[in-house]
Design a protein around this ligand. Structure first.
Ligand code: SAH
Length: 234
């Protein structure tokens, strides 16, 4: 078997044992997870673990989410192919790539320029062009490009950020985000109809904290001039 066949077989196995076995059923999501090479988004020193059932460090105290969490959040958005999506917390860009494969256009926002830079390079290596990457505070959304048919937040929020709420399409827009405290959260699905927002609480999760205006206040650290948050790991 050549290397690319080996990686494909690891992905096929990941889909069977980590996703299908745990209830991921959307055929489009499963196909995207089978085809997008997660190892391209993992730093070289952890690449041998790219298809394991875990989150991995990507620098700046942040992590690439566990494959199951990426698949689950994507499935919860119920994408059909034409949607305009807002993603907060690009991180490695892996979730972004999955969204690019399943929707019309993805606007993604990352707080740390270094991570954004690496993610942009990985996305362009894969020739994914239906994406705009912005650096900045995603907790405030991207008002200029609103409304969005779907919004996904990959960092834990203390509450539903007001700007994201109002940037959701009023005709059935869906948002998935972890809400809770720093140590644990629930994945919430928000559906908007007109000026009604319905919230459904699903599984318990552990994400790194959302920073910025509607995120958690940063903890001052003696060894860091930047006051960055401590990462919790998904
Ligand atoms: N889905 C990504 C998850 C990365 S972890 C992946 O699988 O790689 C969460 C990301 O959210 C981190 O990169 C972190 O820097 C980013 N983040 C946290 N607060 C943010 C904010 N206010 N605006 C934009 N990005 C933010």
């Amino acid at each position: 078997m050549n290397n690319s066949d080996k990686l494909q077989s690891l992905r096929d196995q990941m889909v069977e044992t980590q996703l299908k076995a745990r209830g991921i059923y959307d055929p489009r999501v499963l196909e995207a997870m089978r085809s997008i090479p997660r190892h391209e988004f993992v730093p070289p020193q952890h690449r041998h673990l790219a298809y394991e059932d875990q989150a991995l460090p990507i620098g700046e105290n942040q992590t690439i989410s566990q494959p199951y969490v990426v698949a689950l959040m994507t499935q919860m958005l119920r994408l059909s192919g034409h949607e305009r999506i807002l993603e907060i917390g690009t991180g490695s860009g892996y979730q972004t790539a999955i969204l690019c494969a399943l929707a019309g256009h993805v606007y993604t926002l990352e707080y740390y320029p270094q991570l954004a830079d690496r993610a942009a390079r990985a996305l362009s290596r894969l020739k994914l062009n239906n994406v705009d990457l912005h650096i900045g505070d995603g907790s405030q959304g991207l008002a200029d490009m609103a409304p969005f048919d779907a919004i996904i937040v990959s960092a834990a929020a203390p509450a539903l950020p007001g700007p994201l709420r109002s940037q959701l399409n009023s005709q059935g827009g869906r948002m998935v985000l972890p809400i809770g405290d720093r140590s644990e959260q629930y994945l919430e699905v928000v559906t908007r109809q007109g000026n009604r927002w319905e919230m459904e609480q699903t599984i318990r999760v552990r994400f790194v904290p959302l920073v910025g205006r509607y995120g958690f206040k940063t903890i001052p650290r003696k060894d860091s001039p930047q006051n960055d948050d401590q990462a919790a790991g998904v």
